[in-house]
Design a protein around this ligand. Structure first.
Ligand code: HEM
Length: 498
């Protein structure tokens, strides 16, 4: 009998498993032991941390609100195999994101997204490359009219196409989701690709539907498992494969657009973001770290295209739902449109300052719609004292927007759709510091100006031409569907010409 066979006879399989389990539990316990002065939090389970509380990630903000009641405005949980500090309420998030913003400007690496885009693009990159890319993107979009009036005609033209498509429904009930999605996507598409896409373009519609499906899958338990055990999930089949394959398709679409641009690129006449980037690559060829290369062009374009489509369309989709849910509010917006704009011309951004009620309704739509309840994650780049706690370097931090947009210290009736939140006693528009759907600090949304312009022009143009109502006998539901952004469940409406 060999020595090995003799040993194997001595050790039975049960003992080996028991020893292994104790070893792994001990390892997990030591690894997850919080450092000194770390924010408190609920007890976690070995290996999976708090995943059992967050099976439906799209409802994570509701669970976080409960934890905040029990553990305070700054608490911690274990997620994605790491410790995460969750910040709640306007005061706390502002303290960290703005006052201590320098230490919280970076993004963490989340396995699922790291496998899709790496640390490239605008959303996931950090440091020097992120700074250069963010500056260049803002500068280029501004040159093409973002925040200026020159973009307005292009949005107004899209509003006309959208009105026409709604009119083709002849007052019958329909789901406006894909038309709005396509119309909104066309604005960012013109800026980055130089082209819009017809609403009848099946390939483009299918791309938009795929992105939508990916957003639902991102909140699925499989995506959370992927982030927790990437080494395993990369090797096994499951719904997460569909998610990866969708992003692969979208990336291929963007690459195709870049290749088309390369074939007829004229440096003296840049048509859009892609052309400007191609021009910039020449200037930065001796500075690799700035990220002006074809690979990064693909991911930056992808970020602008997806972030610029999904968010604004979801807000508009909520907006029309609120209009059919609250017809009295819709009527008041229409009265203001009729008084300030009339019916013989299209609305313009310049009208906004004379339309406080409409402006308040759009702000309230963004507050109540709360489309990115958790915000995007950041990471501490230095040990930082926040209140009584220390957040160590490398800790993932989430300043939840839900806790700000529904902060009981900031809003008179947080859980009611109430445009009065943004109106003073004389009916004039009033700004609210806690109105932060675009977040704040160094990573504040790059497309805020564009989104605000689109929301105003699309919504006023639609309400100028149509009255919206729920189909007969249907009570509109404000329930959100699952997904990494919070969108309404698909609904139908009737658009009656005015
Ligand atoms: C209603 C519309 C929109 C909302 C509510 C929204 C919201 C947000 C939020 C909450 C963030 C994360 C900020 C943070 O980490 O603190 C963000 C980032 C970002 N948004 Fe938006 N967004 C909207 C529209 C747009 C549009 C139209 C674009 C395209 C131009 C865009 C491009 C981006 C980009 C590129 C980032 C990443 C910025 C960075 O990491 O430096 N967004 N947005």
């Amino acid at each position: 009998m060999t020595v090995l066979a003799y040993l194997l006879e001595l050790i039975d399989i049960k003992s080996v498993l028991l020893f292994l389990s104790i070893f792994l539990l001990l390892f997990d316990y030591i690894k997850s032991k919080p450092p000194k002065d770390f924010p408190p939090g609920p007890r976690s389970l070995p290996f999976i941390g708090h995943l059992h509380h967050l099976r439906d990630f799209s409802k994570a903000h509701l669970q976080f609100a409960k934890f905040a009641e029990e553990y305070g405005q700054i608490f911690s949980i274990r997620l994605f195999g790491a410790r995460l500090v969750v910040l709640n309420g306007h005061k706390v998030v502002r303290e960290v994101y703005v006052n201590q913003g320098e230490n919280f400007a970076d993004r963490p690496s989340i396995p699922l997204f790291a496998d899709i885009v790496g640390d490239k693009g605008l959303v996931a990159s950090n440091g020097y490359a992120w700074k250069q890319q963010r500056r260049f993107a803002l500068h280029t979009l501004r040159n093409f009219g973002l925040g200026k009036r020159s973009l307005e005609p292009s949005i107004l033209q899209e509003c006309r196409y959208l009105n026409e498509a709604f009119s083709n429904e002849q007052g019958k009930s329909f789901n406006p989701q894909w038309l709005i999605n396509n119309a909104v996507s066309n604005i960012i598409s013109v800026l980055v690709f130089g082209d819009r896409f017809e609403y009848t373009n099946d390939d483009f519609q299918s791309l938009l539907k795929n992105i939508n499906a990916a957003i639902i899958l991102e909140a699925d338990i499989w995506a959370q498992l992927y982030n927790m055990f990437p080494w395993l999930l990369r090797r096994v089949p499951g719904p997460h494969r569909k998610l990866l394959s969708i992003w692969d398709k979208v990336i291929t679409f963007v690459r195709g657009k870049i290749e088309d641009h390369q074939t007829d690129y004229d440096p003296s006449d840049p048509r859009d973001y892609i052309d400007c980037f191609l021009g910039e690559m020449e200037k930065w060829k001796d500075d690799d770290a700035a990220g002006f290369n074809l690979e990064n062009l693909c991911y930056c374009t992808l970020d602008l295209f997806v972030a610029g489509t999904e968010t604004t369309y979801t807000t508009l989709y909520w907006g029309l739902l609120y209009m059919i849910k609250y017809p009295e509010i819709q009527r008041k917006v229409q009265e203001e449109i009729d008084r300030v704009v009339g019916s013989s011309r299209q609305p313009s951004v310049a009208d906004r300052e004379n339309m406080p009620y409409t402006d308040a309704v759009i702000h309230e739509t963004q507050r109540f719609g709360d489309i990115i309840p958790l915000n995007l994650a950041r990471i501490a780049s230095k040990d930082t004292q926040v209140g009584d706690y220390i957040i160590p370097k490398g800790t993932m931090v989430m300043g939840t927007l839900n806790s700000i947009l529904f902060d009981e210290m900031e809003w008179e009736t947080p859980y009611t759709f109430n445009p009065g939140h943004f109106l003073d006693a004389e009916g004039k528009f009033r700004r609210k510091e806690a109105f932060l759907p675009f977040s704040m600090g160094k990573r504040v949304c790059l497309g805020e100006q564009l989104a605000r312009m689109e929301l105003f022009l699309f919504l006023t143009s639609l309400l100028q031409r149509f009255s919206f109502s729920a189909p007969d006998g249907v009570e509109p539901s404000l329930d959100a569907k699952a997904g990494s952004t919070q969108a309404p469940k698909p609904y139908r409406l009737c658009a009656t010409s005015r």
